[in-house]
Design a protein around this ligand. Sequence first.
Ligand code: PLP
Length: 446
Amino acid sequence: IEQARQESARAYELDRKHVFHSWAAQATLKPMVISAAQGSQVWDGEGTRYLDFSSQLIYTNIGHQHPKVVAAIQEQAAKLCTVAPQFVNDARSEAARLIASHTPGDLDHVFFTNGGADAVEHAVRMARLHTGRYKVLARYRSYHGGTQTAINLTGDPRRWPNDTATAGVTHFFGPFLYRSQFHATTEEEECQRALEHLEQTIAFEGPETIAAIILESIPGTAGIMVPPPGYLAGVRELCDRHGIVYIADEVMAGFGRSGKWFSVDHFDVTPDLMTFAKGVNSGYVPLGGVAISQPIYDTFAQRAYPGGLTYSGHPLATAAAVATITAMEDEGVVENAARIGEDVLGPGLRELAAKHPSVGEVRGLGVFWAVEMVSNPQTREPLAPYGGGSEGMNAFVAASKSNGLLSAVNYNRLHMVPPCTVADDEVREALGMLDSALDVADGYVS
Ligand code: PLP
């Protein structure tokens, strides 16, 4: 134990000396050391255990250190570590087959990338070349990645310092009843008015200038707003009417997170392109991709697709995907996520919402839940402002962490997003940790 502690201390020291972190003011950081992980649990450098209800960055859908995925990576490494994308490789072929067996409709071809943002970049490039149009519509309250096109599509404050005038992106509001832009009081009204707003946006932008509409099927980082029934079907219809490519971004919402293989499956909709990453192999080795419909595949059947990546379909990453998807099928992992959401996590969170005035709303599906924190339940004033932090939110998050709970936090929201494999008693334990942290947050309610 003493040796592990020393190793952690050295890792921390070297990190602060040499590692440049994402999205951060470097000198202010005090990052946590993670020295071990198993299933839904992680241990810090001191050996303290936490329940990982963040799934790291919402990607360890199969849990940490799944033995079959670890073995598959080891076996692939021993057999053949790397093969360039122009060659055929069995791990890549099988991963593509397995992914296509779960994607809806005719999304039967897969272009592999290294992660989510480059999947979005390529989906947009395909849509632009397919339509001969340039503009892309994306919603406010969304995240599509950190590369240039993807960050410009993003509808959250991380876009602001990265805006480029040439991006050709127009943003619109999607449905979000709790903070409705449309003065709606029911999901039906919200759905109808959000679709009217999108229709107007298309009309005023010029339908013949719009290559694509990109939507997270359930927006993740921006607040896990499950769209009302009919919204995505309405988007599909608008795209069909105007020859616009519908890109579903399933990077966070896919591979079991919402209790189905993909979140579009809740709404019976087939997009033209679908981006994925994260849960495809639980992030054990970096992997993302675009699933491509037949008409867009046909565009590039005789004409070269002008794009590629050195590591497209890397054997270690795709072998991990094969093992992950196979284990998810064999072990009922997606079904577990759905059941946990319906029977344990959803009801438990609703109980906490009823008990604590600092909780404005809880919402979600499967293992994909947001706790919306407010400083005033009547006015719905957020506990931290949009794009910022607050003392109350900081105190609440610190309390939940000191209780042993790791969660995902974004402005005034705490997201409970454990692995799809999480056990009932782990959820109950986490809800207990959250319950006592909410007592702290209640102290900031006016
Ligand atoms: N799209 C969505 C919906 C995401 O949630 C993310 C990451 O969180 C991305 C794209 C970007 O993925 P990556 O960080 O792998 O580039």
